[in-house]
Structures are given as C-alpha cells and as structure tokens.
Ligand binder design. Structure first.
Ligand code: R5P
Length: 293
C-alpha cells in the first residue's frame, strides 16, 4: 500500500502510513508557466493499492482537481485500487438547487470522484438532505464518525457538561455524544438567512445555568452558527461555553469572531489541520485502512 496526499493533511497521512507500516510517497504538484497543472507520482504504483489522504480544506476547488489528477494518473500507471481518504469532504452542503439555475455541487463532485477512484472514506460528512453517501457515490463509500472520540474527550476533561446542537441536523452529533458522555442535551432550531446570517432559538428547554455548555457541530465555517448558540448559553448564565467542531474551517476570521463573542475554548479534530486540533482521528483511519491491507 502506498499513501500520499495532495498537500493538505500531509502530517496525518505520514502518521497513518507509519502506523500501517505502509510507505508515504509525496507527489510533485506544480504548474507550468501558463498555469496548467503538473503532477507526478514519484514511486511506481503499478499493481499497488494507492491511498490519497487529503482533506478538502483549505482550497476546496484546487483540492478536487489535484485529487482527480492524482487518482487518474495512478490508474493510468496501473494502480490496482485507488482509495481516497478525505477526512473533510467539501461541497456537501450544496445538496439541492436552492435557487433556480444553481449547480448541485455535491453531485458534480461525486460524479468526478466516481469516475477516477474505487473507494472513498470520509469522516462525518455533511449529510443533511442525503440519507447516506450512497445517494451520490456509486463507488464504495465509507462514512466514519468521530462522535466516540469527541465523547471521550469531553468525559476526560469537562466537569459539568451539557451538550447543545446548534441546528436540527446536528442531532447526529449532539444526541450521540451526550449519550456517550452521559449528560443532557438539546438541539436548537436555526433559520439561515444567508451564508453569513443565521438566527437560532431553543425550543426544547434545558437548564444551562452554572453548566459547562458544549456546542457541537460537524462544520465550523464562518462561526456564526456557533456564536448564535453561544448567545443562548450566555443568556442562561452558563459557567463556561466550549465549541467543538469536527471540521474547523474558520473562514473569514471565524476563530477570531468566536473568541471575541466569548467562547472559553474552541476545539476541533484534525480532519482539517488547524491550531485548534485537540482530537486525533488517526486511529479511526488506521482501523478502516487495515481492512485494505
Ligand atoms: C450546516 O448546517 C452545518 O452543520 C454548520 O452548522 C454550518 O456549516 C456552520 O456554518 P457557519 O459556521 O458559517 O455558521
């Protein structure tokens, strides 16, 4: 088995390779003077299983093209199987045509990956209107959750926890993590007015006073969803408020805005490399990839 990445997730890819006793082989990716992409495999892949371990953040558009180039080239060079491990899979939020004429990005992304890879493995993909990855992928598609790791982290470090999911679809994390921790939880109702403007309300009330409130979500993008939920906890005099995201994108100074709004801690998994990473998902990937050895 040969493991590589297209730039993102290099450290994670190297560690996973080491744990699996597989070789990590870096790709050469650059551009011709006119901007055309140049990609080269630096190790023979003929007859081998190839794993491209690459998160689609930062630079989601560049990531998609680099992965396609790497996968197509591996196939062309005779690789036996091409597996994409994308701890964070971009484009999943555009799962319908919200306005006439819009591209349904998730379908387009999946169509391209179906054509050049044999299997995709991802962590907590944004499944909102899709029930499973099978709705868009015809290749083998494995979705792993970091819920247990997040639950264990909370159990070890947070004294008096209550979990909030900031919108209804976050029940997939809030409910399961609360069960793992053995604490109460509630899920807010969120209305999204635009990419940068959301409002939420607490319909199922829960006592937050003097509690360590943990807001858990799959994606922290601009941070506005987290900040809206934080306001509810602050209004009820929570003792502390901690934001946990599986995928910390923190675009448009999202982290700065969250800190300014009053979060005591902001924690993410290393699905996307960031200085808020505290929860390591490598063991999940190692377990899954062992099945391929
Ligand atoms: C969407 O429903 C996701 O689960 C997140 O709640 C959303 O992506 C967060 O976006 P933002 O941080 O920009 O509010």
């Amino acid at each position: 088995m040969i493991i590589t990445s297209c730039g993102n997730s290099q450290a994670l890819a190297k560690r996973v390779a080491k744990k699996l006793r597989a070789s990590f082989s870096p790709l050469t990716i650059s551009a011709f003077p006119d901007g055309d992409r140049y990609l080269k495999w630096n190790t023979p892949v003929k007859g081998k299983k190839v794993v491209i371990l690459h998160s689609f953040q930062p630079h989601p558009n560049e990531s998609l093209w680099n992965v396609i180039w790497a996968a197509e080239t591996a196939k062309d060079l005779g690789a036996r199987k091409v597996i994409l491990v994308a701890p964070y899979l971009a484009y999943m939020r555009q799962d319908i045509r919200f306005h006439p004429g819009e591209a349904v990005s998730s379908r387009i992304m999946a169509k391209h990956l179906n054509a050049c890879t044999d299997k995709i493995i991802t962590i907590d993909p944004h499944l909102h209107r899709y029930k499973s990855l099978k709705d868009i992928f015809s290749i083998a598609a494995v979705s792993i959750t970091a819920n247990q790791l997040i639950g264990q982290y909370i159990k070890r470090r947070i004294k008096n926890p209550v979990i909030i999911g900031p919108d209804w679809e976050s029940y997939q994390w809030a409910e399961v993590i609360a069960r793992e921790v053995g604490c109460g939880h509630t899920v807010l109702e969120k209305t999204r007015f635009s990419s940068r403007h959301v409002k939420s309300k607490m319909t199922k009330q829960i006592v937050l006073k003097d509690k360590d409130v943990i807001i858990v979500d799959d994606i922290i993008s601009t941070g506005h969803t987290m900040i809206e939920a934080l306001k509810k906890a602050k209004a009820q005099k929570a003792r502390s408020v901690i934001g946990i995201g599986v995928h910390g994108l923190f675009v448009e100074n999202g982290l700065g805005k969250m800190k300014k709004a009053g979060f005591d801690q902001i924690i993410t998994t290393n699905c996307i490399e960031h200085n808020t990473n505290k929860i390591d998902i490598a063991p999940l990937l190692v377990e899954e990839l062992k099945k391929e050895k």
